[in-house]
Design a protein around this ligand. Structure first.
Ligand SMILES: Nc1ncnc2c1ncn2[C@@H]1O[C@H](COP(=O)(O)OP(=O)(O)OP(=O)(O)O)[C@@H](O)[C@H]1O
Ligand SMILES: [Mg+2]
Length: 275
């Protein structure tokens, strides 16, 4: 297929990434080129995933979500649609009854979440995504627990991305505002130097201004070349920054397309974006 960056709406202009700031925040061993993957294969894909919790009924019905290299992919849909379940399935927190999960062309469906982190996946869950009784800096250190190299450079990069966290690094994370906590959670995920970042509702419970700021930081992260797969309840705003959008309904893909295509789609607008 064509160059994966070609219709990259959100992060086309790499030149504006700050070379001294987050622009140097490099995902692990990310090369920007496929090696194992077949042409056109997304960097991370949960393909036709079916499954549920324990012995319970299927929540996901042949659901596919994916993100290409250098892009932002956004999953939207009503409450209970299975968005978080799909993310958990990609991260290995759910046994699949059908489908596959591939990272850079390699099936990782049999791996534990820990093994997926070692492969370069970072996941910020929707809830309980920070250690409230630990300081901001301790939270970031926890994010790097798998690393044996020097983590100080990455920590500085996280502080450059979220300067308020530098100011509050000795404060307990539980004392922070909602938006600041989400910054801690994203920062903790970045501490692993991941190859792909998965975020479940990173702007939950924050004001519109804080939401805009968080989205700007997420765009900045994606511009460094780190693909971002995220669930968002602020569907319209999220699709505006999305290269690819997935509308999920009752565990199924209802609509899939470029972010701007979905925003322009009458049915999507009427049913999911409030007209
Ligand atoms: N741990 C669990 N055990 C059993 N069922 C669950 C569990 N978590 C979620 N479910 C069920 O799975 C379905 C999908 O839930 P999920 O949390 O994935 O939806 P969602 O799209 O993320 O919703 P929201 O927008 O509210 O976050 C729901 O019917 C929910 O009750
Ligand atoms: Mg959810």
């Amino acid at each position: 297929m064509s160059d994966p960056y070609q219709d990259d709406r959100g992060n086309k202009d790499r030149s504006i990434a700050n070379p001294d700031g987050v622009g140097t925040l490099r995902p692990g061993h990310y090369s920007g080129h496929a090696h194992a993957a077949s042409p056109g294969e997304p960097f991370l894909i949960g393909e036709e995933m079916s499954g549920g919790y324990g012995r319970g009924p299927d929540i996901l019905h042949a659901c596919t979500i994916a993100v290409e290299r250098g892009q932002i992919a956004v999953i939207v849909g009503p409450n209970g649609a299975g968005k978080s379940t799909a993310m958990k399935a990609v991260f290995g927190m759910l046994d699949l009854r059908g489908g596959d999960v591939r990272l850079d062309g390699e099936s990782i469906a049999a791996l534990t979440p820990q093994a997926r982190v070692a492969k370069g996946m970072a996941f910020v869950p929707q809830t309980s995504n920070i250690f409230t009784s630990l300081t901001v800096e301790e939270n970031l250190e926890m994010g790097a627990f798998l690393r044996r190299d020097d983590i100080m450079r990455t920590m500085e990069q996280v502080y450059d991305l979220f300067p308020i966290l530098r100011d509050k690094r000795r404060q307990k994370a539980g004392e922070l505002s909602g938006g600041q906590r989400q910054q801690v959670a994203v920062g903790r995920a970045l501490m692993t130097e991941p190859k792909v970042l998965m975020l479940d509702e990173p702007t939950a419970g924050v004001s519109p201004i804080v939401m805009d700021e968080l989205f700007d930081r997420i765009i900045e992260i994606a511009r460094t070349g780190l693909p971002v797969l995220m669930v968002e309840q602020n569907a319209r705003q999220a699709l505006e920054i999305a290269d690819k959008g997935y509308v999920m309904v009752q565990g199924r893909n209802a609509h899939t397309g470029r972010g701007d295509e979905l925003l322009a789609d009458d049915e999507v607008r009427r049913s999911f974006l409030g007209g």
